[in-house]
Design a protein around this ligand. Structure first.
Ligand code: SF4
Length: 355
């Protein structure tokens, strides 16, 4: 496979993607772009990247950002632990590395939220160090070229493809090589319909030769999603709405939501009414506003939103005996970082005059 690096390099210079984080050697910007692009399409991630860099132009500004501001900027990207890990790592860099991103693969990998892929990307793109990146694109390209059926999500597969990628790496220009192989996967060796006729390495490809492209890459595990029923309560009074910040070791930590309780089965309006009456001893009016199914990687959420009105004028915190609820003016809701499930349905949940 001696021609592989030259062929993808030549192809890349003509067809590679022009992306803002490729026009810099700044390890901070490269790091931010790589974290945003995990689980996110490039076109979607672009806008987030620009906004994030504008708000936090360097490690120090990210290290001291408020959680709400951080979540606001991350809102919609999902996988919010990525944002929290970014800030944790930024604080480590400020406190332990004199605000300079480490310059070796090994040290970069010690930072929170940075695994082998991201460490290799920063090391090669920023410092031109010889470490091969292995992301979904690289797995696909290599497993097809070699027609290798080792599951890519097994430790054996990870080891095999990582060592193969490092063997093939152009050690003189690892940054270009890594970008080339990822672009080849993203633009030509696509998951569903690879454009083999336009592929610069089709003569080297075992899957193309045998017409078995769709058999690769092989995956072993199947994702099973946990089913959860979330009942959100929308309380509005005097142009104020009740919200709470999510905490604990669960999804959406640090984001806000409407008061919620979880049930093992779907809840009807009548059940909600009984539940609230038992909890507060008050009469309530309950109207179902919206039902939504929302998929996360490992969870299937069934959300139901109920508008709730109490007959008592007492402070809502007393009804539930909690201090975690707070109120916010309806016209400030746009400033609050909500999970996508709530954010994208706000207009349906609140009548236009209230939002
Ligand atoms: S020939 Fe087709 S399957 Fe093989 S690497 Fe190129 S695009 Fe992928």
């Amino acid at each position: 496979m001696t021609n592989f690096p030259e062929q993808i390099r030549e192809w890349y210079f003509q067809h590679g993607r022009k992306l803002p984080w490729r026009e810099t050697k700044d390890p901070y910007k490269i790091w931010i772009s790589e974290i945003i692009l995990q689980q996110t399409r490039v076109d979607q991630g672009m806008e987030y990247f620009h906004r994030f860099i504008k708000a936090f132009p360097n490690v120090k500004s990210l290290a001291k950002a408020s959680e709400t501001k951080l979540m606001q900027l991350w809102q919609g990207l999902g996988y919010y632990s990525r944002a929290r890990n970014l800030q944790y790592a930024a604080q480590t860099i400020v406190n332990e590395h004199n605000a300079t991103i480490p310059q070796t693969y090994k040290k970069i990998k010690t930072l929170k939220g940075i695994g082998p892929y991201t460490a290799a990307a920063i090391a090669s793109f920023a410092y031109n160090l010889p470490h091969a990146v292995v992301d979904g694109n690289v797995y696909r390209v290599l497993s097809r070229i070699y027609a290798k059926d080792i599951p890519i999500d097994s430790s054996e597969g990870e080891k095999f493809f990582s060592s193969l990628a490092n063997e093939l790496l152009d050690k003189k220009d690892p940054a270009t090589h890594n970008q080339a192989i990822m672009d080849l996967g993203a633009l030509v060796c696509k998951p569903a319909k690879p454009l083999c006729g336009h592929c610069p390495v089709n003569l080297l490809c075992a899957a193309f030769a045998t017409g078995t492209q769709q058999n690769y890459p092989v995956k072993g595990k199947r994702i099973t999603r946990k089913i959860r029923h979330l009942n959100f309560l929308v309380f509005i009074r005097n142009e104020q709405i009740v919200i709470e910040k999510r905490s604990g070791n669960d999804i959406w930590k640090g984001l806000f939501q409407f008061p919620v309780f979880e049930s093992t089965e779907p809840f009807t309006t009548a059940l909600i009414k009984t539940h609230l009456k038992t909890k507060t001893q008050l009469s309530v009016e309950v109207t179902k506003l919206l039902e939504k199914k929302h998929l996360l990687t490992h969870q299937e959420l069934h959300a139901v939103f109920f508008r709730v009105e109490f007959t008592s004028a007492k402070d809502f915190r007393e009804w539930f005996n909690t201090t975690s609820y707070e109120t916010i003016a309806l016209n400030r809701l746009n400033k609050i970082p909500f999970p996508q499930l709530i954010k994208k349905n706000l207009k349906k949940l609140l009548p236009p005059c209230e939002y």
